[in-house]
Design a protein around this ligand. Sequence first.
Ligand code: AMP
Ligand code: ZN
Length: 472
Amino acid sequence: MTIKLYNTMTRKLEEFKPLVDGKMGFYTCGPTVYWDAHIGNMRTIVNSDIIKRVFIENGYDVTHVMNFTDVGHLTSDADSGDDKMEKGAARENMSVWDVAQKYINNFLHDSDLLNIIRPTHTPRATDHIAEQIAQVQKLEEMGYTYEIPGDGIYYDTSKFAAYGALGGQNLSELRGGARIDDTGKRNSTDFALWKYSPTDTKRQMEWDSPWGVGFPGWHIECSAMSMKYLGQHFDLHVGGQEHAKVHHSNEIAQSEPIVGAPWVTYWVHFEWLLLKDGKMSKSAGTAYTVRSLVERGYDPMAYRFLLLQSHYRQPLEFSFESLDAAANGYKNIVRKIADLINSDNMGDLDSAVYDAWHDKILAPASDNFKTAESLVVIQELLKDTTVNPATKIALFEFVDRLLGLQFIDRAKKLIALEQVAAPAEIVELAKRRADAKAAKDWAMADALRAEIDAAGWTVLDGKDGYKIVKKA
Ligand code: AMP
Ligand code: ZN
């Protein structure tokens, strides 16, 4: 079906048209791996995963690239301050390289907990220094750069007429008023392409370049790596909402002189996860990780379910009360699916019914990724007594592919738990009943079933053997 998305560049809801029929290439600005990603960062990753799944379920062959920023992201947006990676290394008394590896591993672990489909490529900035230098050289040849002696090579944003279009900014407003005299920048919006290593301290990460030993600016990695893995032009670029005004505007300014406009067809930006009092903060201990939710006893799917109940273009306020409510809502659905799986009146898959509900669930997700509306349809499906269990289960297999909520998996785990929880004497009766059945002693099998029933348990026969479940 048609996919619609809100394009930050045009500020319109647009119908998606791929550059190449049947294919979709997209790039997500990934984490800076100097510290753990908090659940806010992971909201952005879940949103990106939903986009991917919607395209896949609509039949697209998706190539997804997400970078790991492991160099060059400074603590100040004005291209000054410390490198976040070097700071992380000092904090943990580890090498910068070890810090990067540690937080890449942690990030992937948390992504797996949230059932994020791994990107096709996850390039690291430090593995693509040559590509970044090549792009800076090209921009230099084209006259877009200047040097701030002792500091680095900068991009002159006044040379790029369309600068700021993505952020909807008025350039004179943007540049007026900002103090630039002590930075050496020509315009306040200018940004570093290559930074020289400091002369007073030794950096752990630095490289030779045509301009001197140093390291790339933060923005150039995304231009270089997206083009390397997706081609010079690609369909979609996504990231947190704060990127529209600076990081993505800079990426466009770097890329379009090299490849021509438009570099990317669609831009999608995700709103943040907030706390009641504002941002999540590491120092206040509120930068919760997915692992910390698990330690508190939450299923990561409860958090994913909470996220999918909101729209990506709306800020979402996180609280443990709302997570509790989501956890309950999620468990209720899992319970119902477990009952469907346990049903002894399964029926046959009805493909006409399946198709109708499939489209009803996919339609809102394909309309600017309205997952909350798909979840409403799912509740209607569960309530609809005219749809047989076999068809509902098949639909939930589709829902799991589309929304990644692992309903069927959790339902099976619940069933397994309940089975294990059956007392030994019931397990013994069930075993004797199975033996009786194997010996075709039907009278004995029936009598044992009745005994099990009377004790409040049910034996369900399925193709993979029998299950013992507590009677509702
Ligand atoms: P960072 O590691 O700070 O570069 O952030 C990684 C990604 O997470 C970026 O795309 C940010 O826009 C996004 N992000 C940061 N904070 C939040 C938040 N509170 N909620 C949602 N996304 C966030
Ligand atoms: Zn980026």
